[in-house]
Write a protein that binds this ligand. Structure first.
Ligand SMILES: C[S@@+](CC[C@H](N)C(=O)[O-])C[C@H]1O[C@@H](n2cnc3c(N)ncnc32)[C@H](O)[C@@H]1O
Ligand SMILES: [Zn+2]
Length: 262
């Protein structure tokens, strides 16, 4: 249970879009739509048809545990620092879309942290890690968030919608995305032919909407168990032979892109 237990939030009712008011046990809108708060403080805002419309249930407990163990080594601290840097002058609510187990928010200085993820296990782990933040199970493509309520919104290696960013950001609000660059984790990828590599290269550009894009590249030498954690927390795990043991030397190559809502 979070220490910040009540009040109005940027979360909106998924039935009627009115702001949700939180108390210790529940979230409620002015039309009396009611959502239970879990023991760890998060709410589940995926309702009825929206669940059916979602083709993924998000990251599994196993991949989330790998992610947490990997982050504990500090290997992605440069990414977290670049993100924190891009958000350093923000005052007001900050929303993490596809927040996973919550790591990136531990580096961000804000007193109003909100996160959503489609994986209930992710939201549960994030709530325990950050008891003063607010988390909800929800889809990145239908954010249960009040229009023009957020000072910033960000997403790290997670699905996101620029239409939804524009809707939830205040005028002049900032968005930040972290997305893979062309050489990201290339040593862990299965070998492919050149034409596929060229297509991937084009897909690995910063988003067209970006007003700024900073490319961050560094090399990692990992222990075998940390390499396995990194491998298990990425979609690569599904694309590679089960008995392949992941390489311990990897290149990190990401775009930290940002823009301002007009
Ligand atoms: C690669 S992980 C990144 C998590 C976190 N941002 C991080 O970097 O540690 C992608 C996350 O997006 C979530 N996800 C996948 N599809 C989603 C959707 N449609 N809406 C919201 N979250 C989604 C997954 O459950 C997972 O936690
Ligand atoms: Zn409602």
């Amino acid at each position: 249970m979070g220490t910040d237990i009540g009040g109005f939030t940027v979360f909106a009712c998924p039935h009627c879009t009115k702001p949700l008011h939180l108390n210790r046990h529940e979230a409620r809108c002015e039309n009396n739509h009611l959502f239970d708060r879990s023991r760890d403080g998060y709410i589940n805002l995926v309702v009825g048809g929206r669940l059916a419309a979602t083709t993924t249930s998000g990251d599994t407990a196993e991949s989330l545990r790998s992610r947490r163990d990997f982050f504990a080594t500090g290997s992605y601290a440069p990414i977290a620092s670049a993100l924190a840097n891009a958000l350093q002058h923000i005052t007001g609510p900050v929303l993490d879309v596809g927040c996973g187990e919550g790591y990136y928010f531990t580096h961000i200085n804000s007193s109003e942290k909100y996160g959503i993820d489609i994986s209930k296990k992710a939201v549960q782990m994030a709530s325990k890690l950050l008891p003063d933040a607010h988390f909800a199970v929800a889809s990145a493509f239908r954010l249960p968030v009040v229009d023009h309520s957020c000072a910033a919104v960000f997403s790290v290696f997670a699905p996101h919608s620029f239409e939804e960013y524009a809707r939830v950001l205040k005028q002049g609000g900032t968005w930040v995305t972290v997305t893979p660059g062309p050489h990201h984790l290339q040593q862990m990828r299965p070998k492919r032919d050149q034409s596929i590599d060229e297509r991937e290269e084009r897909r690995s550009e910063p988003p067209a909407q970006a007003q700024h894009a900073e490319r961050l590249q560094f090399e990692l030498d990992l222990s075998p168990s940390t390499a396995t954690d990194l491998f298990s927390m990425t979609p690569l795990v599904w694309q590679t032979a089960a008995d392949a043991s992941p390489t311990t030397h990897v290149s990190v190559d990401v775009w930290v892109s940002s823009g301002t809502s007009l």
